[in-house]
Design a protein around this ligand. Structure first.
Ligand code: AMP
Ligand code: ZN
Length: 136
């Protein structure tokens, strides 16, 4: 897609710090990292999100993500890593080309230190469970 920044990176029209590349997948450093070494893994073909990516492409991306994650861990000596993947604006997706974030983490680095979970109201969990289950 000509107006997609990540497609332009794939095509070499926008520079990137490429970490890994094969026929289907590209990984490069995020230009605005949460921590140094924050990288992205993308399919070379334009797909928007988890909702439209095909199984084969997704498998290729996650295998590369695992490989790059190990290299980041060794390279920046991080103490942990978040693997994040945002879909649509409500979830923080700014670039509409599927991408997996690999975010190296360090103790007390201040990012995502707590997870604001909230319990279901009585009966709600079963209702939600059924609403999802019937679509699988
Ligand atoms: P998201 O909010 O999940 O869509 O994340 C998009 C990510 O892409 C952000 O973390 C940006 O910093 C990153 N980003 C945007 N433009 C570029 C670029 N040209 N090269 C590398 N990373 C980029
Ligand atoms: Zn694209």
């Amino acid at each position: 897609m000509s107006d997609c920044i990540f497609c332009q990176i794939v095509e070499g029209k926008i520079p990137s710090s490429k970490l890994y590349e094969d026929d289907a997948v590209l990984s490069f450093l995020d230009i605005n990292p949460i921590n140094p070494g924050h990288a992205l893994v993308i399919p070379k073909k334009h797909v928007t999100s988890i909702f439209d990516i095909d199984d084969e492409t997704l498998q290729k991306c996650i295998v590369v993500a695992s490989r790059v994650a190990r290299a980041i861990k060794k390279g920046v000596k991080c103490e942990g890593m978040n693997v994040l993947q945002n879909n649509f604006r409500a979830a923080g997706q700014l670039i509409d080309h599927f991408h997996i974030h690999l975010i190296p983490r360090f103790e007390n680095d201040g990012f995502l230190t707590s997870w604001p979970g909230k319990p279901y109201e009585p009966g709600k969990m079963e209702e939600i469970y059924n609403a999802i289950k019937q679509n699988l």
